[in-house]
Design a protein around this ligand. Structure first.
Ligand code: XIL
Length: 570
C-alpha cells in the first residue's frame, strides 16, 4: 500500500469512529462547546459519576467504586460563638445540569455510616462567613429505612414541605426523584413511595448537586434520566474565557503602569453561576483574585485534623487558566474561625500557638508557589489599638504577629507577606491619627525584631460619608510606609453607592493615589458587582444587597468602573 492509500484509509476509519461516537451511540451524551465550557446534551441516561467532575467537592474523593463522601464538618459559626449552622457542601466547580421539562435523578448510596443526604439545588446557595442563604433545594436524607424529603423554596427560603417515607433498606439503596407535572415523586430500590409539590424549585432550569454524610458514605452511582424534557450536563471547571477586553483595568494597567496589579475578591458561588461575572474575571478586567472566604479558617480548617482545600483549589485552578495572580486571605484573623478553635482559645489558650503555626504551615505549604501574596495577619487592630479581644492576642499577646510572619516566611519564602487592616486610610472627617500612629509604632517594633513583613494592606471599606478618603492624606500615609521599606496593597475597596458620581470619584481618586506611589503594588476591590463581597447579607430571612461596587447586579459597569478606566488612561 502506498502512503496516499494509507492516508485515505486512516481518514475513512477516523470518520467512522467519529460517526459512531457522535451519532450512533444512543445513550451517550454529545459534547459540544458553548460559552467556552463543556456542555453535553443527554439523550437517554447520563452517568454523572463516571463522566463528571467531582474533584472540587468538599469531603468527596473519587474511588474505584464511586465517590466516597466524608463529613468535613463545614459549619458557619454565629458571631458570638454560641452555635454553628451546618454548611453542607455543593459541587460548585464541577458537574451540574441545565434541565427543562420532565427528568429523573437517581443516586445509589452505600456503606452508610450515619445519615446521608443528596441535595439538588435549583439555585446556588449564598454562603457568607456566618450566614447561609438557601432558597431553592430538595434535600433527600436516608437513614436506616427512612427517606426524609425536605423542599426549601421561596423568596425568604421558607421551608415549604417536609415528608418522611419508609422503605426496606438494603446495603445499597437507590433513591430516585422524578420531576413531572409540578410534583417530585420519590422511590427507593424501585419501590414507589409518594410525592410532594415541587414548589418551583427547578424554575431556574438549573440543577446543582450536594452530598453530605453525618460520618461517611459511598455514592456508587448517580444518573440523570431524560423523560421527554431536555438535560444538559455542564462542567463548570472547564470554563475558559478566551475573549480579552483591551479596556479591562488590568489590560490598561499593563500598557501604561507596568507593575501595578488590579485585583478583586472572588467567591466560587458567583464564579460558577453568573456568566457575566466570570466573563469579567477572565477577560482582563482584573489581573488578580483574592480568595474571599475560601481560605478563612472556618472554611479551610473546619475540624482540628481536617483541612478543606476544595474551594481554594478551585479558585487557584480558575486563576491559572486565566493567568490571574492569587492573593491568599487570611491566615490569622480574630473572625471566621471554626468553633473548635474558639473553644480551644477559651479552654486551652496555651495550645493556640501550636495551632496557629501548624495552620499557617499547612495552608501555605499546600499552595506553595501558587500564591503571589498572603494576608498573614488580618485586622489585628480595633478602633485605636491592638485588638485585645482577638483570640490570638489573648493567647500570645502582641508576639503572635511575629510568630505568624516567621512561620509564613518559612512555609513559602517566595510569597509576599502582608498585614491587612481597616480604617488606616485616613478619612477627611476623621483621620484617626491615633490608630495610624499606634499602627506605625507596632510596625516599628516588628521591624526592630526583624519580623518578615513585606507590606501593609489598606482595606478601604468606605461605608458612610464619614469614611470618604482624602487622597492627599492617603498618599502621605502610603509614603510613610514606603519610608519603612513596606509595600502597600489597597486590599478590599468598596464605596457606598447612593451617589454614583461621588462613588466614582472616590474609586478613581484612590486608584490614582496607588498609581502615583511606587510602593503601592496592587489595587483590589472587594468583589466585582452588587451582591458580591460585603454587599450581600441576610436579614429577616431575606437576601439584601447594596450598590457599593463598580458593577451593578447584572455586572454592567457603573460610573465607578468607567472612572477607573479613565484613571488608568491619562
Ligand atoms: C467578608 C466577606 O466578604 C463576607 O462574605 C463574609 O460574610 C464576611 O467577611 N474585612 C475582611 C474580609 O478582611 O474578610 C471581610 O469579608 C470584609 C471585611
Amino acid at each position: 500500500m502506498n502512503r496516499k492509500k494509507i492516508t485515505y484509509l486512516c481518514l475513512i476509519l477516523f470518520s467512522l469512529v467519529a460517526f459512531v461516537l457522535l451519532i450512533a451511540l444512543p445513550n451517550k451524551e454529545r459534547a459540544s462547546s458553548s460559552r467556552n465550557q463543556n456542555v453535553a446534551q443527554v439523550t437517554g441516561t447520563a452517568d454523572l459519576l463516571r463522566d463528571g467532575q467531582w474533584s472540587f467537592l468538599p469531603g468527596a474523593t473519587k474511588v474505584p467504586g464511586g465517590l466516597r463522601v466524608a463529613n468535613v464538618g463545614l459549619a458557619l459559626v454565629h458571631p458570638n460563638g454560641s452555635f454553628a449552622e451546618d454548611n453542607p457542601p455543593v459541587n460548585l466547580y464541577g458537574t451540574r445540569l441545565a434541565v427543562d421539562g420532565d427528568f429523573a435523578i437517581s443516586a445509589t448510596l452505600g456503606e452508610q455510616r450515619g445519615e446521608g443526604s443528596v441535595t439538588l439545588y435549583g439555585r446556588v446557595p449564598v454562603v457568607l462567613d456566618e450566614q447561609r442563604y438557601e432558597d431553592q433545594s430538595v434535600r433527600m436524607t436516608m437513614r436506616q429505612g427512612s427517606l426524609h424529603v425536605q423542599v426549601t423554596s421561596g423568596q425568604d427560603g421558607a421551608l415549604a414541605t417536609k415528608k418522611t417515607f419508609i422503605f426496606s433498606s438494603k446495603s445499597r439503596n437507590q433513591v430516585t426523584l422524578v420531576r413531572s407535572g409540578g410534583l417530585l415523586a420519590f422511590s427507593v430500590n424501585g419501590q414507589k413511595l409518594g410525592s410532594v409539590p415541587e414548589h418551583d424549585v427547578f424554575a431556574s432550569k438549573q440543577l446543582w448537586f450536594g452530598f453530605e454524610a453525618a460520618e461517611s458514605m459511598l455514592v456508587s452511582d448517580l444518573r440523570a434520566i431524560e423523560l421527554g424534557g431536555t438535560i444538559q450536563v455542564i462542567d463548570a471547571s472547564s470554563l475558559r474565557i478566551s475573549e480579552q477586553n483591551p479596556h479591562g483595568l488590568q489590560r490598561l494597567a499593563d500598557t501604561r503602569h507596568s507593575g501595578l496589579t488590579v485585583g478583586t475578591a472572588v467567591s466560587l458561588e458567583p464564579l460558577v453561576s453568573d456568566a457575566a461575572y466570570s466573563q469579567l474575571l477572565g477577560s482582563g478586567w482584573f489581573g488578580a483574585i483574592t480568595t474571599e472566604n475560601a481560605l478563612k479558617a472556618v472554611t479551610v480548617h473546619p475540624l482540628p485534623n481536617v483541612y478543606n482545600f476544595a474551594g481554594g483549589d478551585a479558585l487557584v485552578d480558575f486563576a491559572k487558566r486565566h493567568s490571574l495572580k492569587v492573593h491568599g486571605h487570611a491566615l490569622v484573623f480574630g473572625e471566621a474561625n471554626p468553633l473548635w478553635m474558639r473553644t480551644l482559645a477559651k479552654d486551652r489558650p496555651e495550645q493556640l500557638e501550636a495551632v496557629m503555626t501548624e495552620h499557617i504551615t499547612t495552608v501555605m505549604t499546600h499552595y506553595r508557589g501558587q500564591m503571589a501574596s498572603w494576608d498573614v495577619v488580618n485586622e489585628s487592630f480595633g478602633e485605636h489599638d491592638l485588638n485585645r479581644k482577638n483570640i490570638w492576642y489573648q493567647a500570645m499577646g502582641e508576639a503572635y504577629i511575629a510568630k505568624a510572619f516567621r512561620a509564613a516566611r518559612q512555609a513559602d519564602p517566595n510569597a509576599r507577606l502582608f498585614i491587612n487592616e481597616y480604617g488606616l486610610e485616613g478619612s477627611a472627617t476623621d483621620a484617626n491619627e491615633e490608630k495610624w500612629e499606634n499602627f506605625l509604632a507596632m510596625l516599628d517594633r516588628q521591624h526592630a525584631l526583624g519580623v518578615p513583613i513585606d507590606g501593609v494592606g489598606l482595606q478601604m471599606h468606605i461605608d458612610t460619608p464619614d469614611d470618604l478618603v482624602d487622597p492627599y492624606m492617603l498618599r502621605s500615609r502610603i509614603r510613610q510606609l514606603a519610608d519603612r521599606g513596606l509595600l502597600v496593597r489597597i486590599s478590599e475597596m468598596d464605596v457606598y453607592g447612593d451617589n454614583e458620581r461621588l462613588q466614582a470619584r472616590q474609586f478613581a481618586d484612590v486608584l490614582r493615589a496607588c498609581i502615583e506611589e511606587e510602593n503601592c503594588v496592587e489595587f483590589a476591590t472587594w468583589g466585582v458587582g452588587e451582591g458580591n463581597g460585603a454587599t450581600a447579607w441576610v436579614a429577616d430571612g431575606q437576601l439584601h444587597t447594596a450598590p457599593n461596587l463598580p458593577f451593578d447586579a447584572g455586572m454592567h459597569a457603573r460610573a465607578a468602573a468607567e472612572a477607573m478606566q479613565r484613571a488608568l488612561t491619562p
